[in-house]
Design a protein around this ligand. Structure first.
Ligand SMILES: CC(C)(COP(=O)(O)OP(=O)(O)OC[C@H]1O[C@@H](n2cnc3c(N)ncnc32)[C@H](O)[C@@H]1OP(=O)(O)O)[C@@H](O)C(=O)NCCC(=O)NCCS
Length: 188
């Protein structure tokens, strides 16, 4: 169901491979700042990254597609984008980008392509993600690409780089409008 690749003005999203391990490790997986709000701790060795990628690749593509974000010019890996099928109608995503590439609109560009694709799929009724309440860049990217804020999920996820207690997260989604459940018009 999900495409093998997405192509944007500056990026190609193509399947992440175990062979990408060295670059993934150097580009973002071992970086304390990049992994700060993620659900995993920085990798300590390239072999840990190999094991991580092997797990991604071994997951049926029906459940998870892990894409490498690569430069359209020269194929340089810039980050990654995970697209998970949580239920037949519902997709969730995760995103990470090399620090050197932050704040150039790259992830907004990638996410826009994926959300546009998802919106055109009859089987997909909702695409969304959560982020730590303090992850301003992630929240901004999602809002820029037309995902709507759905509120705070109290104690939703453990972000181990910030401690061992579950943290509050913000939820964002693009969902097909459902007039019969439109709370804003209910009772009118
Ligand atoms: C989140 C992330 C993917 C964003 O990628 P990016 O390509 O830098 O994002 P963009 O450049 O498309 O957009 C970032 C927007 O957030 C804004 N921003 C950056 N830091 C911010 C902060 N701390 N608070 C609020 N907004 C912030 C930028 O100004 C920009 O908005 P603008 O276009 O209106 O100026 C990247 O920062 C990253 O990899 N972070 C570490 C991993 C992570 O936290 N992933 C998300 C997990 S839910």
């Amino acid at each position: 169901m999900r495409p093998d690749r997405f192509v944007t003005n500056r990026l190609v999203l193509r399947p992440l491979q175990v062979a990408d391990a060295a670059q993934v490790f150097e580009t973002y997986a071992a970086d304390i700042e990049i992994t700060r709000f993620l659900t995993w701790t920085p990798h300590r060795s390239a072999s840990q990254t190999v094991a991580y990628l092997a797990g991604c690749v071994a997951t049926p593509v029906d459940r998870l597609r892990s894409y490498a974000l690569t430069s359209r010019n020269d194929g340089t890996p810039q980050g990654a984008f995970d697209l998970r099928r949580i239920a037949p109608h519902r997709l969730e995503f995760g995103m990470v980008l090399a620090r050197r590439a932050w704040s150039h609109g790259l992830m907004s560009e990638a996410l826009r392509a994926v959300v546009n694709w998802a919106s055109a799929q009859a089987a997909v009724w909702r695409i969304g993600a959560t982020c730590d309440v303090e992850n301003g860049a992630s929240a901004r990217v999602m809002q820029q690409d037309g995902l709507l804020p759905e509120g705070v999920l109290r104690r939703w996820a453990i972000h181990p780089n910030l401690g061992d207690r579950p943290r509050d997260c913000l939820a964002f989604a693009r969902a097909r409008h459902n007039p019969s459940c439109d709370h804003t018009t209910a009772g009118r």
